[in-house]
Design a protein around this ligand. Sequence first.
Ligand code: ZN
Length: 82
Amino acid sequence: MSYQYECNYQFEELLGQELFIDHKGQGWARCPFCKSNKFAFNTKKQVWYCHYCKENGHILKLAMLLRCSQFAKGVEKCLTEI
Ligand SMILES: [Zn+2]
């Protein structure tokens, strides 16, 4: 059994900086946690991984870490759009 969902979170929006994203949806940015430039993410799979501090996860986890106060609202919005 599987299910799919989409939500409105975008890496561009969460990271709030200029990003490099290639045609496959693979991107690089400055890590919001350790400030290295080794933060890799995939806009199609909606996952991310920092090669320096080893933080990683789904874009929803990134949203939670960066925007705790807005997270509950965001999840609620995602769920209503399923
Ligand atoms: Zn990092």
